[in-house]
Design a protein around this ligand. Sequence first.
Ligand code: ATP
Length: 233
Amino acid sequence: MLKISGLTTHYGSSQALFGVDLEFGSGEVATLLGRNGMGKTTTINSILGIVRPTSGSIVFDGTELAGRPSFRNANLGIGLVPEGRQVFPNLSLWENLVATASNHLEQADPWTVEKVFALFPELADRRGSMANLLSGGEQQMLAIGRALMTNPKLLILDEATEGLAPLIRQKIWTALEEIKRSGLSILVVDKNLKDLLRIADRHFIIERGVVVWQGNSAELREDREALHRYLGL
Ligand code: ATP
């Protein structure tokens, strides 16, 4: 589904990624872990073409993305739930969902507003509310719903549970498990490793712009040294 090889990215003269390698398959959930400032968001922004990689390769579903402008990548089927939610504040919840609705890839059984409401029933009751009046948890669920409405093959979540109460976080992880069952591939950047160990198939730890550890949940759970050294756990 996604294969990144030797990815380097700069911000001006300052290098942020030093050769990131990462690969996971269709229908899998992968995590990108690491302390603050290690290059997680830069990796995601490089995949999406928001920042232009200096060198290396990013192959998504058979297409080379490195060097393509972001608007061309969007139609390939990558849905982003960005850091900080970013819903349209002055549109209603329902309008936010409809605004992103598309099915460029003509997927069978596409996501609809009703399916998003079935995934997050609390959103159904607030469908007429302006997005800026929703709680942080509701806004995050809406941000995930908006990404699903683009009917992606790969869903990327950047710090999706940041600052949310534990109960809301659980709802989001439960929804993610349901999304996974529907066959979507998912890449998650998050700090809540405990839940991700249950949900994810594969983990990648990034340290100063390089992937320094990769493995499955059982291997990560057992590797106390890596947990301590790279994640401070
Ligand atoms: P966080 O968890 O804090 O978001 P991160 O792992 O996502 O961290 P990045 O945001 O990718 O890390 O940052 C990687 C490096 O690139 C850091 O050294 C950061 O200071 C630098 N960086 C990020 N964005 C920019 C930018 N727009 N201009 C210059 N340098 C940047």
